[in-house]
Write a protein of this length. Structure first.
Length: 336
């Protein structure tokens, strides 16, 4: 009986072409990410057609690099895990078809993985999961609270009704004429600003764990417009700090309440916005006060990568889940 299992992960859902090899779902053997950020910067956001073309150009190079870095061969590999959704359809298709072609050629099991399950499993490289756990997912496309009672099971208890947190960051950044992606830019401006503007917080209904960020985004945009019309210039640092304070306040208050309501043993944070310094700091403070164990992945594992896909794929592999040759890119795949 083989004791070690090696999974190849493939991720192409947005603007990173990534391949990784992971041992037993917990140990990164190689993790190669080719970012396209520079190509999209001049358009102020991800251009789907440009993204797909880059993935096609990069995927074989990144795949070879991942094997070289790992010093492994296909003989060592047990399965191939690939992001099947959600994401940009043309971008996803590159990964899905690469996964299928490799699985067919190398005679390996194929496993379709939900992108958000991947973000969640990025935390397993740090520490073993303790169930029931609550995951706060904050990325460019998602803001969700997911309850997990065991490996590979996901129950959505709250989600955004409009913009995702990362999307709000990127839109506000554009208003402030900051380069794409705006999240990290606002994060560093915020560290130097004062929370001098009282932007709204959307709490929604008392018992709801849903989020809404479009009102906040509009309020920031109106504040900037009004100031410009009056010929005033507001400090970008203060706008960033005040905007971030509102986002962080809502995210943390709702996550804490959900953690207490569901009596979880662990809270984990995932997605690109988990890289936010202000959010990380406040989370650590609030959850240590509440005495609830908190897990946030290291910065390099917060944003899109394929190690997280391989880690989530390993769990599915162990549970005997397999995808067929009909596996397809699914831009609106539901986490379950
Ligand atoms: O998870 P991710 O890499 O891609 C998606 O699956 O969406 O997340 C990207 C998002 C972008 O909106 C980016 O602006 C945001 O994460 N982001 C941040 C920070 N770093 C990345 N937002 C706030 N603060 C950051 N430091
Ligand atoms: Zn992502």
């Amino acid at each position: 009986m083989k004791t070690n299992h090696y999974i190849v992960g493939i991720e192409t859902s947005c603007d990173e072409t990534a391949v990784a090899i992971v041992k037993n779902g917990k140990e990164i053997i190689s993790n190669v990410v080719a970012s396209q950020i520079d190509s999209h910067k001049r358009f102020g956001g991800v251009v789907p057609e440009v993204a797909s073309r880059h993935h096609v150009e990069q995927i074989t190079i990144v795949l070879e690099e991942a094997f070289k870095e790992a010093s492994l061969t296909w003989e060592d590999i047990d399965a191939i895990a690939v992001t099947e959704g959600p994401g940009l359809v043309g971008a996803l298709l590159v990964g899905v078809n690469t996964g299928k072609a490799l699985a067919f050629a190398k005679q390996k099991p194929l496993i379709g993985v939900h992108h958000i399950a991947g973000h969640i499993y990025a935390n397993r490289f740090e520490r073993e999961f303790d169930f029931p756990l609550l995951a706060l997912i904050v990325s460019g496309g998602h803001t969700e609270l997911v309850l997990m009672n065991d490996h590979g099971t996901y129950e959505l208890i709250g989600e955004t009704r409009d913009d995702a947190a990362g999307e709000a960051y990127d839109k506000v950044a554009r208003m402030l004429e900051l380069p794409y992606p705006g999240g990290p830019q606002i994060d560093s401006l915020a560290a130097r600003g004062a929370e001098s503007i009282n932007f709204p917080r959307a709490w929604l209904e008392e018992d709801s764990f849903d989020f809404s960020f479009s009102g906040l985004k509009s309020s920031v945009i109106n504040t900037i417009h009004n100031a410009r019309q009056r010929g005033e210039t507001l400090s970008k640092e203060d706008i960033a700090a005040s905007f971030q304070a509102s986002v962080v306040d809502v995210l943390i208050t709702k996550t804490l309440k959900a953690a207490q309501t569901y009596n979880v043993r662990q809270v984990i944070v995932a997605g690109g916005v988990a890289a936010n310094q202000g959010l990380r700091q406040s989370l650590e403070e609030k959850f240590s006060q509440a005495d609830i164990p908190l897990l946030i992945p290291p910065l390099r594992l917060c944003t899109d990568n394929a190690a997280m896909i391989a880690a989530a794929g390993f769990v599915a592999y162990e549970q005997g889940k397999r995808s067929g040759w009909d596996l397809n890119a699914n831009p609106s795949l539901v986490l379950k």
